[in-house]
Design a protein around this ligand. Structure first.
Ligand code: NAD
Ligand code: DAU
Length: 368
C-alpha cells in the first residue's frame, strides 16, 4: 500500500494510473480537489478496489494521521501543491498555505506514523498491504519538487545539477523551495527516510489547460488567441509526464534516502518554438476550416512579472546512479499529447467549465 497526495492532479493522476497498470499494490489517494484536481482523470479506476480516493487536505493533520494509521502505507509520494506560477503571482496565499504549511502538517503526521513503525522489516500479509514490507527502515517519503527552485539560467550556464544553489524567483517556486527545505530538515533532524525529486516542465495527458501546452492546443481549436509572454524566447526543458512517473517509481525503488534527484529529458525549447510546433501539428491533424495556419492566432502579450528566462535539467545523476532514462523524445511525446487532446474533447470541456473560466477572465483582462 502506498499513499499518494495530489493524485487527482495532472502528474499525480498519471502516476496513479501508471502505478496500478503495472502493479496490484493498492493506492490511497488523498486530494483536496481544488480547481486543478479532477476525478475525471481517474474515471477508468471507478470500481477498482485497489484505488481508495479520499477528498481532503495534506494540511489536515488529524485526517492524515488517521489515514496513515488505518492503511499503514510503506511509502508516500507527495504531489499535492498549488502548481501554477501565474496564479501565485496574482494570489500567493494558497501557495503558502498548501505548499509550505500543508507540507509541514503532512510531515508532522508522517513523522509520528514513521516513529510508530517496527524497526526491522516485518512481512505483512494483510489484504491491503499485499505482502509489501512496512517498517521504519523500509519506509519512504518521496517529495515531488521542481527545477524552478534553482532560479533562472543565462544562455551559456550549465544545466541545473543537484548541487545548484536555491534561488527561487516566484511565490510558487519560493513556496516549493520552502517545502523542499522542510523535507530535508526532517531527514537531518529526525532521520525520516525522504527522497526529493526536482523535475522540469511536464507535458502530456490530463494537463490542465492553464499551462502553456494544453492552453495553446485548447485555444487553437477554439479559435482564440495563442498568448506568448514577452518575446517568446524563454526556454523550458520538456519532460513527457509518463517519463516523470517512471523516474519517480525508480527513485522510490532504488534512491538513497536524503538524496535529491533531478529529473529531465534534455529537451530545451524556446516557448515560441513549442507553440510553432503545436501549430504545425494541428495544421496537419486538424486543419482550420479556412485553410490558414493556426500560427495566425499567435498573439504577443505582456510578459509575466519576474519571468525566469531559462530552465535546463542535468539528469546525469538519476541516469548514472539509478539507470533511469526517458522513453520519449520531444517529437514523440508532443505528438502523443496533441492526439490525446484531439481524442478527449469531453475531458477538456469538463475541466474548463466553472472556476477556470473565472481565472481566464481575471488574468487576460490585464494582459492583452
Ligand atoms: P496540479 O496543479 O495539476 O495538481 C495538484 C493536485 O494537488 C490537484 O489535484 C489538487 O487538487 C491537489 N491539491 C492542492 N492542494 C492540496 C492540498 N492542500 N491537499 C491535498 N491535495 C491538494 O499539479 P501538477 O502539475 O500535477 O504538479 C504535481 C506536483 O509536481 C507539484 O508538487 C508540482 O510543484 C510538481 N511539479 C510539477 C511540474 C509540472 O510541470 N507540472 C514540474 C515539476 C514539479
Ligand atoms: O519547471 C517546472 C514548472 O513548470 C513546474 O514547477 C510548474 O508547476 C509548472 O506549472 C511549470 O511552470 P512554468 O511557469 O514553466 O509553466 P507554464 O506552462 O505556466 O509556462 C511555460 C512557459 O510558457 C513559461 O515561460 C511562460 C510561458 N507562457 C505560459 C502561458 C500559460 C506563455 O508564453 N503563454 C502562456 O499563456
Amino acid at each position: 500500500m502506498i499513499l499518494v497526495t495530489g493524485g487527482a492532479g495532472f502528474i499525480g493522476s498519471n502516476f496513479v494510473l501508471d502505478w496500478l497498470a503495472q502493479s496490484d499494490e493498492p493506492v490511497v489517494n488523498l486530494d483536496k480537489l481544488t480547481y486543478a484536481g479532477n476525478l475525471a482523470n481517474l474515471v477508468t479506476l471507478d470500481g477498482d478496489s485497489r484505488h481508495i480516493f479520499i477528498q481532503g487536505s495534506i494540511g489536515d493533520f488529524a485526517l492524515v494521521a488517521r489515514l496513515l494509521s488505518e492503511h499503514q502505507p510503506r511509502a508516500i509520494v507527495n504531489f499535492a501543491a498549488e502548481s501554477h506560477v501565474d496564479r501565485s503571482i496574482h494570489g500567493p496565499e494558497d501557495f503558502i498555505q498548501t505548499n509550505i504549511v500543508g507540507t509541514f502538517h503532512l510531515l508532522e503526521a508522517v513523522r509520528g506514523y514513521w516513529q510508530s513503525l517496527a524497526d526491522e522489516p516485518v512481512r505483512q500479509e494483510c489484504e491491503r498491504s499485499s505482502g509489501e514490507v512496512s517498517s521504519k527502515q523500509s519506509f519512504r517519503f518521496l517529495h515531488v519538487s521542481t527545477d524552478e527552485v534553482y532560479g533562472s539560467l543565462a544562455t551559456n550556464d550549465p544545466a541545473f545539477s543537484e548541487s545548484n544553489r536555491y534561488e527561487p524567483n516566484s511565490p510558487y517556486s519560493a513556496s516549493k523551495a520552502a517545502s523542499d527545505h522542510l523535507v530535508r530538515a526532517y531527514h537531518h533532524t529526525y532521520g525520516l527516510p525522504v527522497l526529493t525529486t526536482n523535475c522540469s516542465n511536464n507535458y502530456g495527458p490530463y494537463h490542465f489547460p492553464e499551462k502553456l501546452i494544453p492552453l495553446v492546443i485548447h485555444n487553437a481549436l477554439a479559435g482564440k488567441p495563442l498568448p506568448i509572454y514577452g518575446d517568446g524566447q524563454q526556454i523550458r526543458d520538456w519532460l513527457y509526464v509518463k517519463d516523470h512517473c517512471s523516474a519517480i517509481r525508480r527513485v522510490l525503488e532504488a534512491g538513497t534516502t536524503g538524496e535529491v534527484y533531478n529529473v529531465g529529458a534534455w529537451n530545451e525549447k524556446a516557448n515560441l518554438d513549442v507553440v510553432l510546433t503545436l501549430c504545425a501539428m494541428l495544421d496537419e491533424l486538424r486543419p482550420r476550416s479556412d485553410g490558414k495556419s493556426y500560427k495566425a492566432q499567435i498573439t504577443y502579450v505582456k510578459d509575466r512579472p519576474g519571468h525566469d528566462r531559462r530552465y535546463a535539467i542535468d539528469a546525469g545523476k538519476i541516469e548514472r546512479e539509478l539507470g533511469w532514462k526517458p522513453a520519449e523524445t520531444f517529437d514523440t511525446g508532443i505528438r502523443k499529447t496533441v492526439r490525446w487532446y484531439l481524442d478527449n474533447p469531453a475531458w477538456v470541456e469538463n475541466v474548463t467549465s466553472g472556476a477556470y473560466q473565472n481565472w481566464v477572465g481575471k488574468q487576460y483582462g490585464s494582459r492583452s
